[in-house]
Design a protein around this ligand. Structure first.
Ligand code: MG
Length: 391
């Protein structure tokens, strides 16, 4: 008895190119778009689609480590290594699916991460009526060869995912393996399969030129909403431990060690600035507060660098597909003077949030001698953040 589950529709994502036209330090499928690689976005588009039963990625051998990082935590078929050309890579991917014998396969370029669920549905549904489906987009621009205008009639731009009857496209790849074809639809046509077209999407663009990145980013951001969050934290002053060396006579604020006659008392390093920031981040995502993520009763947080709490919140932010737009922190105290440390705090907080320092405000004020802060009993910090978050 075979234990291989029946998976009618499998997505094959082709990520085996070197992206020579695009340039850059990494192949373009490993470029990031709002903090997430194109490849991960492409994978998730199919993985999360109810009509797709499994996803396999074809990679370059030398990208194995990169791929492992991208696919971390996702439930995928093991990747396969591609060949010298896109065609060969697809063929290898198709052969690797033999034992699963899917009814349908959707072949998609990793460099098109903005593919919509609706487009995937259209391709899968159309496979009920044909053995090959091409998403095509009408050509809007006037086309010229040299200065001569070409007839636009009947011209369209081919996109992916292209959908196929699995056995038939596998047979076509085997039959025409020596013959160079632009894409899988071209092979299907050579093999005499009936090809139908469905509407593609203008937003389903392929990262090819540098400027495509900015266009994709703009498209992506149009699906984001802006969230704000706020956080407040207070820690009391307490004397340094008896005999503490001078270098250790510091307190921590916004990730910076500040020499001071007293330290701040708390379970971790008592960095009120970073604690307020963490609460602001969690608040904007509606994910509780710092105490619910890092209970003070838990001994493992004793004396810990509060940057760890910020990193935790940033991981949650990244998991949710969001990013920080800006942060603004106000420190309320009589001492120490914040001015000399403002720039260092700005740089530190910016690094923790993955933004440039011009997106981090650090301000300080006193309470004019009033209340516990005025009496110099402690420090209060207030933080606000705004996030871009998937709508
Ligand atoms: Mg605190």
């Amino acid at each position: 008895m075979s234990s291989i589950p029946i998976l009618p529709t499998i997505a094959l994502i082709v990520a085996a190119g070197s992206g020579e036209r695009y340039g850059g330090d990494v192949p373009k499928q490993y470029e990031t778009l709002n903090g997430q690689t194109l490849l991960r976005r492409s994978i998730e588009a199919f993985l999360q689609h109810p009509k797709i039963d499994g996803v396999r990625v074809v990679i370059r051998r030398q990208d194995h480590a990169r791929y492992k990082a991208v696919a971390d935590g996702l439930t995928l078929f093991p990747c396969v290594v591609g060949g010298k050309s896109r065609q060969e890579s697809v063929w290898r991917g198709l052969e690797s699916l033999r034992k699963h014998a899917p009814a349908r396969v959707l072949i998609h370029d990793a460099a098109r991460p903005l593919v919509s669920p609706a487009l995937i549905s259209r391709v899968v549904t159309a496979l009920d009526d044909a053995s090959a489906v091409l998403p095509a987009q009408p050509v809007a621009d006037t086309l010229r060869r040299g200065v001569k205008i070409m007839d636009r009639q009947g011209l369209s731009a081919a996109q992916t995912p292209q959908g196929f009857d699995y056995q038939e496209i596998l047979a076509a790849h085997r039959q025409f393996s020596g013959q160079e074809a632009t894409d899988d639809i071209a092979l299907a046509h050579l093999a005499g399969l009936d090809v139908i077209t469905v509407p593609g999407e203008r937003s389903n663009i392929k990262l090819t030129m540098r400027e495509d990145h900015a266009i994709m980013q703009a498209l992506l951001n149009s699906t984001m909403e802006t969230r704000i969050g706020s956080g407040v934290d207070v820690h009391p002053f307490t004397p340094h431990p008896v005999g503490a060396p001078g270098a250790q006579q510091v307190l921590f604020l916004c990730g910076v060690a500040i020499p001071h006659t007293q330290r701040l008392k708390g379970h971790s390093d008592a960095d009120a600035g970073l604690h307020a920031l963490v609460d602001a981040l969690l608040g904007a995502m509606a994910l509780g507060d710092i105490g619910s993520h890092f209970p003070p009763s838990d001994a493992q947080w004793r004396g810990v660098d509060s940057a760890r709490f910020v990193s935790h919140a940033m991981n949650l932010l990244e998991d949710g597909g969001g990013r920080v737009i800006n942060a603004d922190i106000t420190i309320l105290c009589e001492t120490p003077k914040i001015g000399p440390y403002r720039e260092a705090m700005q740089a530190r907080v910016a690094a923790l949030l993955g933004v440039t320092p011009d997106r981090v405000g650090i301000k300080a004020t006193t309470t004019e001698g009033l209340g516990f802060l005025g009496r110099g009993e402690g420090i209060m910090a207030q933080a606000n953040v705004s996030l871009a978050w998937p709508a």
